[in-house]
Ligand binder design. Structure first.
Ligand code: PLP
Length: 401
């Protein structure tokens, strides 16, 4: 209850019922600390960063760079030079495709992704393959929703230049064995990008221990604001890559004859960044650190176990994604009822879930379904709310069957 009080949005009724928010894999709610950081910045410190010498500019720069240091520690990175601010996971992946991809992946080279990917970790690689004549290969998904690691091993060869997979599947909750994926990729000389959109709020990340080459995440999925994300990249790779966008801040010197580029991480941060949201991201990271990721994960795991047990007792309900290692996401279908109808009728009862393909259309095709209903839990959710979901579903089934 103390944690719930930190999230003002939860204190409201929807359609006459206390809100139950179970769409956390799409975006998490924001604690007052994050909202206050945004307000504080605009009320007291608003200025452009890095070049100003007046007090407001100094304060804004100090707080912006303080977030970079907080992110460095959050990811276990060696240096803040390896922390690039983006607008989110999608931009981080596109940055790697457009810079590393354009420079180091050519005709006939191979890129491996997986059948569990979000569209944002599929389409940028398809675009690159189309442009360069490279080849996209896909690790298949088992009936349980796990990656087929035997096939993965067989896909690896010196032709593979990059492996890009998610740490956690947004549609099914599967936690992928990324350390093994990274080590096996490195053994054939391939680099690895991990899409951390769904892992960064649940699992402690140590990019150095993982030896991962690129790791991307979004602020809004870890209790921070929308519009800000992070791309971690190994320094030697970032140095070898061309810039992403051209403009202010990313340059050292500009003349019409030749422009030289700024040092890391600024080489990849053209233009005025999303200063307020970057500053507020630190409040989100501090919030997670104070509670402790292990404590958050333990609470969410308990909710997942309870929800899974209760859902399985509902007749005609099938859980899609039964991997041994999962985060707090449960996706299911109910015989004869379209997920969208479930979503609308749960919303009528004040319960917010996600329905549809979850931006993973190939995965839905793999399971031969149009979509699922997905409940995803966060630190502020409770057992009583899971009970509300179960009662709500029973009511939906009674209405529609
Ligand atoms: N990857 C995964 C696994 C996701 O779940 C999402 C968002 O749902 C993304 C990437 C894209 O994140 P964003 O829209 O914040 O860029």
């Amino acid at each position: 209850q103390k944690i719930r009080a930190d999230f003002p949005v939860l204190d409201q009724t929807i359609n006459g019922k206390q809100l139950v928010y179970f769409d956390n894999a799409a975006t998490t709610q924001k604690p007052s600390a994050v909202i206050n950081a945004l307000v504080h910045y605009y009320q007291t410190d608003n200025a452009n960063i890095h070049r100003g010498i007046h007090t407001l500019a100094e304060r804004a720069t100090r707080d912006f760079e303080a977030t970079r240091e907080a992110v460095r520690a959050f990811l276990g990175a060696a240096s803040t030079e390896e922390i690039i601010f983006t607008s989110g996971t999608t931009q981080g992946i596109n940055l790697v495709a457009s810079t590393f991809g354009r420079k180091f992946i050519g005709e006939g080279d191979e890129i491996i992704i997986s059948g569990l990917e979000h569209h944002s970790n599929i389409v940028p690689w398809q675009m690159l393959c189309e442009e360069k004549g490279s080849i996209l290969k896909v690790i298949p998904v088992t009936d349980e929703g796990e990656l087929d690691m035997e096939v993965y091993a067989s896909l690896l060869s010196p032709n593979v230049k990059l492996v890009a997979v998610n740490h956690v599947s947004n549609a099914l909750g599967t936690i992928n064995p990324i350390k093994q994926i990274i080590d096996q990729a490195h053994a054939v000389g391939a680099k690895v990008l991990i899409d951390g959109a769904q892992s960064s709020s649940h699992i402690t990340i140590d990019v150095q221990a993982l030896d991962v080459d690129f790791y991307a995440f979004s602020g809004h999925k870890i209790y921070g604001p929308t519009g800000v994300g992070v791309l971690y990249g190994k320094k030697e790779l970032l140095n070898a890559m061309p810039p992403y966008m051209g403009g202010g801040e990313m340059i050292k010197e500009v003349s019409f004859e030749k422009t030289t580029y700024n040092e890391l991480p600024y080489k990849f941060e053209a233009g005025t960044p999303n200063i307020a949201d970057v500053i507020a991201l630190k409040a989100a990271i501090d919030y997670i650190n104070v509670i402790g990721k292990e404590n958050i994960a333990a609470h969410e795991d308990a909710l997942l176990a309870y929800a899974t047990e209760r859902l399985l007792k509902i007749e005609g309900l099938r859980i899609i994604g039964t991997a041994k290692e999962k985060v707090s996401v449960v996706s299911f279908v109910i015989d004869g009822i379209h997920p969208q109808d479930i979503g609308v009728l749960l919303d009528n009862q004040g319960i917010a879930v996600r329905t549809g393909h979850h931006c993973t259309q190939p995965l839905m095709k793999r399971f031969n379904i149009v979509g699922t209903t997905r409940a995803s839990f966060a630190v502020y959710n409770t057992i009583e709310e899971v009970d509300r979901l179960i009662t709500g579903l029973e009511r939906v089934i009674k209405m529609l069957k």
